[in-house]
Ligand binder design. Structure first.
Ligand SMILES: Cc1cc2nc3c(=O)[nH]c(=O)nc-3n(C[C@H](O)[C@H](O)[C@H](O)COP(=O)(O)O)c2cc1C
Length: 219
């Protein structure tokens, strides 16, 4: 297709593509997976170097091993966030914990998700233009995450759902052992995808006016 989708269709699509954590175990065909991975490969990267790869994990034993790592990181993340509400009434703490139920369920059942797309990158191939500014550099990620977003949008177009996750990136050494990617390469995302149990729907976001300005910074 060379014609663009209508603007209305595109905006409707973008404004409803939310994270899907409730995913069925219905299989995703190779044809569908290949089309989604092709969409990822079309993403731009600095100097068009494409310093990343996807390892699409279907093997149950491998998914279980990744699931154990992800679950441990997820539990730490939930406890950290809940701990910020220490001293609040128990009902409030319970409500905070409740907000993580969907994520906890995904973590506990990760091996049932048909595909775990593991996004791997070569840090030495990134030209990091903000590396020497005395703050945390972020530009390197700009050569990596457009592909993840293309992947998620294409998955949605195929009737699938998924979520960009990063918690397991912290377990790079164990992931290298499991997935056999080269020393020096890193993991920048894990995207579980499959046919959704829930629905896509309206996003919760700050308003465009709050997030943007014209010509100069606006408080
Ligand atoms: C950089 C990044 C890291 C994320 N990591 C995780 C994660 O490890 N686990 C998870 O369940 N969701 C993760 N998310 C999903 C966000 O929680 C989610 O996109 C956000 O809450 C907005 O919700 P929505 O996508 O449903 O609109 C991540 C999203 C981004 C952009």
């Amino acid at each position: 297709m060379t014609t663009a989708p209508s603007a209305d269709d595109l905006y409707a699509f973008l404004s409803t593509t939310r994270s899907i954590r409730r995913i069925t175990d219905a299989p995703v065909s190779d044809e569908v997976l290949n089309r989604i991975m092709q969409a990822a490969v079309w993403a731009p990267s600095g100097g068009n170097r494409q310093p990343w790869r996807i390892i699409a994990v279907r093997d149950r034993t491998i998914k279980e091993r990744i699931g154990r790592l992800y679950s441990a990181e997820w539990d730490k993340y939930v406890e950290y966030n809940v701990s910020k509400f220490e001293g609040h009434p128990p009902a409030v703490v319970a409500q905070v914990r409740e907000a993580y139920t969907g994520g906890t369920r995904l973590a506990e059942t990760l091996a049932d998700v048909p595909v775990l797309a593991m996004f791997i990158h070569d840090p030495s191939a990134l030209y990091v233009t903000d590396a020497d500014l005395g703050r945390h550099p972020v530009v390197g990620g700009a050569s990596l995450y457009p592909a993840v977003q293309n992947f998620l949008l294409a998955a949605r177009a195929e009737g699938l759902g998924g979520v960009l996750t990063t918690l397991v990136c912290n377990r790079e050494t164990e992931l290298r052992d499991i997935l056999k990617f080269p020393t020096g390469w890193g993991v920048h995302a894990m995207v579980p995808i499959g046919y959704p149990r829930g629905n896509h729907g309206p996003l919760t976001r700050a308003s465009m006016e709050e997030m943007t300005s014209i010509d100069q910074w606006r408080d």
